[in-house]
Design a protein around this ligand. Sequence first.
Ligand code: UDP
Ligand code: MG
Length: 156
Amino acid sequence: MERTLIILKPDAVQRGLIGEIITRFEKKGLQIAGMKLMVIPQSVAETHYAPHKEKPFYPGLVRFMTSGPVVVLALQGVNAITIARNLMGATFGSKAAPGTIRGDYGVSNAYNLIHGSDSPEAAEKELYLFFKKEELLDWTPTIQSWVYDMTGAKPE
Ligand code: UDP
Ligand code: MG
């Protein structure tokens, strides 16, 4: 099983979309391993978006991400990183396909509602930037054997 870091950005929280967005992940079958409401400290936002440091949108992005409460989630599942990115849709709200979170709920390119890790390496870094080890819970949903075929060596 893989874990990915998801952030419901300040626009998602302000617009009252926390429940709708989390519901999509729950219905898909991704498991919540960690979750909290927080205001991202400046230094954490800078570290999180360090790969974009040289981009023209970086200062505005850091300002946006620290401008109000966000919900951070650790989601778990087989291929959770790719599955979450596909549910999120393309980066720009103006271009994201209908049926995706960004495609259904937003039109802005900067205020695009949600962040999701884009690789296992990024997920590892990002999860521990936002969560302490003990905040990520190991638990087995009772429905797991209906979400996955668990009769083989690994979940299918
Ligand atoms: N962003 C922006 N303008 C751009 C590109 C990106 O404001 O031209 C913001 C947007 O909020 C995006 C974030 O910067 O989600 C990180 O960009 P990235 O290319 O990593 O997109 P993502 O991985 O979030 O789809
Ligand atoms: Mg990215």
